[in-house]
Design a protein around this ligand. Structure first.
Ligand code: FPP
Length: 232
């Protein structure tokens, strides 16, 4: 395929509805959603996408019923541990970004261990946004910049000077953002980083979004004419 995006990001939506349609608990949809993660990661590697990032849990998701939050955290822990072999075999670097202070000690320990073990892998990077929100990211970056820069330099900050304070420092901005399940919103995701990102919305629920759907999104992206606010 031509014109492959370097960084594809996904708002995985519709797991709950997928489960409900089958008369099952919401968590069942999340478990099936992990299979879609695996499928899309495989397709991304096959097509030469260098960064795949996923909105796995937002700061707002902490307000869901406790049972679902606990279920999701357990699922995340299990899925990560299970995929370590796949990441090593396929040279995939695994990164978690977000408000790590809100995660449990045991989950943080697993994340640290996995990030360290996969740090040198260089075929592709899988980023999981966990306890993340775009406004939180911009605020924490602003506080870090204010604390580390003299007032005069802080006042003179440019977007290029500011970006390294975001948790995504060193990661290219997404070229393509996919949202599944027919919702047409950004939901406090990568607000700064999506300034020039191409959006692709699919009606398919996340547990049904597999390799053919991922490839279809790449094909749609290849047709886009990116101008970055300029005239061509
Ligand atoms: C949105 O569906 C999905 C989530 C909030 C969580 C998705 C998380 C995963 C699939 C886990 C991935 C983890 C690893 C380690 C690979 P929803 O619950 O908002 O669905 P609804 O809109 O139908 O209610």
């Amino acid at each position: 395929m031509e014109n492959i995006p370097q960084h594809v990001s996904i708002i995985m939506d519709g797991n709950g509805r997928w489960a409900k349609a089958r008369g099952k608990e919401r968590i069942y949809g999340h478990y099936e959603g992990v299979e879609s993660v695996r499928a899309c990661l495989e397709a991304a590697v096959e097509e030469g996408v260098k960064y795949l990032s996923l909105y796995a849990f937002s700061e707002e998701n902490w307000n869901r019923p406790e049972q679902e939050v606990l279920g999701l955290m357990e699922l995340m822990m299990k899925a990560m541990k299970k995929e370590l072999i796949t990441f090593m075999d396929n040279h995939i670097r695994f990164v978690v970004l977000g408000n790590r202070a809100r995660l449990s000690d045991s989950l943080n320990a697993t994340i640290d261990e996995m990030m360290a073990q996969t740090a040198a892998n260089d075929t592709a990077t899988l980023i999981l946004f966990l306890s993340y929100s775009g406004q939180w990211d911009i605020l924490q970056a602003m506080k870090k910049a204010a604390a580390s820069l003299p007032e005069k330099d802080f006042q003179a900050l440019t977007p290029e000077d500011f970006a390294p304070y975001l948790v995504t420092a060193g990661i290219p901005d997404p070229d393509l953002l996919i949202r599944t399940s027919g919702e047409l919103r950004i939901s406090n995701y990568l607000l700064w980083q999506c300034a020039y990102t191409e959006f692709y919305f699919s009606d398919v629920l996340w547990p049904d979004f597999r390799k053919p759907e991922f490839r279809e999104a790449l094909r749609a992206y290849a047709q886009r004419d990116r101008r970055y606010g300029k005239v061509k």
